[in-house]
Design a binder for this molecule. Sequence first.
Ligand SMILES: *Cc1c(COP(=O)(O)O)cnc(C)c1O
Length: 392
Amino acid sequence: MNKKSVNSSHPPLYREAGFNLHDSETTRKAFADELNHPHEPENYIYSRYRNPTVVAVEKQIMALEKSGWALLAETGMAAVDIAVSLFHKGKETRPWLFFHEIYGGTNSFIDSVLIKRRGLDIHRFYADDGVYDMNKLEDIIKTVKPEFFYFEAVSNPMLIVADVREIMALAKKYKVKTIIDNTFATPHLWRPLEDGATMVIHSVTKYLSGHGDITAGVVCGNDLGLLKEAIEYRKWAGHFLSPDDAHRLGDQLKTFTLRFEQHCRNAFEIARFLSTHPLIEKVLYPGLKSHPTHPEAMALFGDKGFGGMVTFDIAGSLKEEKTGRCNRFIDALQNHIPLIPTLGEADTILMPIEAVWGAKYPMPGMIRLSVGIEDCQSIIYALDQALNAAKQ
Ligand SMILES: *Cc1c(COP(=O)(O)O)cnc(C)c1O
């Protein structure tokens, strides 16, 4: 049966696994020709290769990230896998360099997949007291000679803003490729490809989708050769975003900028509120002058905002007391701000750092708040109530 097109007002949802290739000539051509049409195949073949609903949403992300291409995958981790695996060339593989202050899951992927299972030569670049030393980075580049380095503009959970212009200048000087996980900054605050990045990845699960109801990831770039390799890797490694999730994402992306502006406004307001509260020891928010990388944040983001994440410490002076107060605070918040291990949702949610990262960070009473897009006063009211309850 041939489908007749209708005058639909919204992009259609194509759920089919395989597409009708009609005759032997089209079939032959479709398979032979596939990579000659890297942005959109002339004929779709099989959804794991390309799917029109997914391609339509990839174009929306290209417009946001101002990229020459974008490929969606089923999770942010799948996007990480696609991006780095393009540089895995058997015995020819050169060393790779990862900044250490990146998403914990990516650090686990490096340890348990790249090193343990793929046996790759991985190097790490550590921050000193929350700041990256550019001289050290230059030394590492000179000795390791990595194929690429991988970093995030805003780290999790300390919200360190990297001096990205310096980093990109070093990449250019030594002709090192760069892969940037731009999940926290989002294209609203920074578009790394405009500064010469090789590829950008996102956990679309977070701000781009923004409603906590799908998982997705994306890889963006400008180099056409890399696009063809990424298409090839994605289809044979089986990374694929379902058309249903892509279709929902297409709608969610329409409100991305509005949502993110509100995340930034609310987060700044809440960071200010918390930093004047007597029970709060410390607030980490790149918009505050007290943040160690406030100057970097000003230079990179200017007046566009400072992101939607706020990290704070409600510790008292004694260790025992610290833990107790933190627990009382979280328990008092229970019905107002839920404890959910993700971020970037429309609703305000939080995670106690110690529960996720163990004793890696010095402050046991530290809490990571993913500020939502609700009316800001209602979030402040809930926090204030819980802080009062924690006082006793
Ligand atoms: C969540 C996250 C990821 C992983 O994304 P998933 O969609 O959970 O697979 C990668 N990087 C950052 C910065 C994240 O926050």
